[in-house]
Design a protein around this ligand. Structure first.
Ligand SMILES: C[S@@+](CC[C@H](N)C(=O)[O-])C[C@H]1O[C@@H](n2cnc3c(N)ncnc32)[C@H](O)[C@@H]1O
Length: 190
């Protein structure tokens, strides 16, 4: 029997900065690979990232989006590295819809369509007051089976608290470790 095998993630020669050179704001490369796998597994077509920074995770997400798929990345500042900008442009030419928004998430999220995103990745400012606001705004943006992912959900207590809050309010949650002990949590409506 013929089986279809797809490899997800950065090819060996890809430019994931090694740990010692990577800015602490970048997620571990495995987080991008994990999100890309999740997109493939669930067939997600619409993805929102809050806190893009240099765009490494964004690139992993965009690479696996299907033609016609939508990626919106929000950040208060444009830090995206040229190689990742190039990936955004290439993806646009391939028929994916890529939008980089430079704005505060708290003013931009209310402008987005409701019930629209299959996956939202929350990874901006990590204080409880901020993350809880983003979470509450994103609740209405995700589709029925949509997933909200949080990075730093183990080592940042404030992020973990928001995940615990979601668990208390009728969300299925998993919080798993990542190679640097920072964690990634997934929450979805029960
Ligand atoms: C941890 S970095 C994001 C890392 C990226 N998601 C990744 O996985 O590589 C956090 C980013 O959030 C941005 N940020 C902080 N507060 C924000 C806000 N209120 N709205 C939008 N972006 C914000 C910062 O400028 C920074 O680039």
């Amino acid at each position: 029997m013929e089986t279809k095998k797809k490899t997800v993630g950065r090819p060996k020669k890809a430019k994931a900065a090694p740990k010692e050179q990577r800015h602490g704001w970048n997620s571990e490369p495995e987080v991008g690979v994990f999100l890309a796998s999740l997109i493939r597994l669930t067939g997600a077509q619409t993805v929102l990232e809050i806190g893009v920074f240099e765009g490494y995770t964004a690139k992993d997400i965009i690479d696996v989006l299907p033609k016609g798929g939508l990626y919106i990345g929000i950040d208060i500042k444009d830090y995206v590295k040229p190689e990742n900008k190039a990936a955004f442009i290439k993806a646009s030419k391939e028929g994916k819809v890529i939008e980089q928004v430079i704005e505060n998430s708290l003013t931009y999220l209310p402008k987005l369509p409701k019930n629209h995103f299959d996956i939202v990745f929350i990874d901006s400012q990590h204080t409880f007051d901020h993350v809880i606001k983003e979470f509450k705004m994103c609740e209405s943006l995700i589709t029925k089976k949509g997933i909200i992912a949080f990075h730093d959900s183990i080592h940042v207590e404030d992020v973990k608290k928001v995940v615990d809050y979601a668990a208390h309010w009728n969300y299925e949650t998993i919080n798993i470790n990542t190679p640097e002990g920072r964690g990634i949590a997934l929450v979805t409506k029960k």
